[in-house]
Design a protein around this ligand. Sequence first.
Ligand SMILES: C[S@@+](CC[C@H](N)C(=O)[O-])C[C@H]1O[C@@H](n2cnc3c(N)ncnc32)[C@H](O)[C@@H]1O
Length: 226
Amino acid sequence: MSDHHPPLRSYGRLKTRTIKPRQAALLETLLPGLRPPAGPFDPRALMPGAAEVWLEIGFGGGEHMAAQAARHPGALIIGAEPFQNGVASALRHIDEAQLTNVRVLDGDARELMANLPDASLERIFVLFPDPWPKARHNKRRIVQAETVAEFARLLKPGGALRFASDVAHYVDWALAKIGANPAFRWTADQAADWRVPPSDHITTRYEEKRLGDCAPVFLDFVRSAP
Ligand SMILES: C[S@@+](CC[C@H](N)C(=O)[O-])C[C@H]1O[C@@H](n2cnc3c(N)ncnc32)[C@H](O)[C@@H]1O
């Protein structure tokens, strides 16, 4: 028997509401040109001259991804999100702002990461990931030792990983899983460093809903030199 199993599903429903006609049209017209290649690829080839390449895992409605892309036109931002309504909403933001520095995988970020070369990213965002609060579901959380090892492989030395959550158990979990990997150094010196949104943060839709059991916590890590 093979030792390789597909990863457990880390996301909820793929589609909820009917997608509005304009957004449905963007799924047909805009998305195909934004999808990264299906096999291994060099992200810099997607935007020659890109100063940096960033990855956002589970971008939800895409508000953060689009706003960061608008603020940082020299950075290529690749987002992965399997939830179709979210992808459609992100396409609307990309279209309205005429962003040329965003690429979108309508699928599992773990597949995308597996196709990226070592040390190819400057930043990774994991913002308000699905909490999977029941103990028997914790193994579905996107932050696992294996994904943290992928983050370490993909980030350049000095690269940054941001995790945010308003679920206290997930915050502790992320600190333990990411902290267990010697490639990462947590940058916090004082409580304000995790309690106050970082100055470059853009509030996400899920964050605004305040569905968790604690105030939003922001954990910034730096990828140390190997
Ligand atoms: C709770 S929502 C938060 C969305 C957004 N980051 C925000 O803060 O508004 C988590 C999102 O992560 C997505 N997700 C879960 N597993 C994923 C995976 N393996 N790859 C990419 N996205 C994933 C889900 O579909 C969901 O939209």
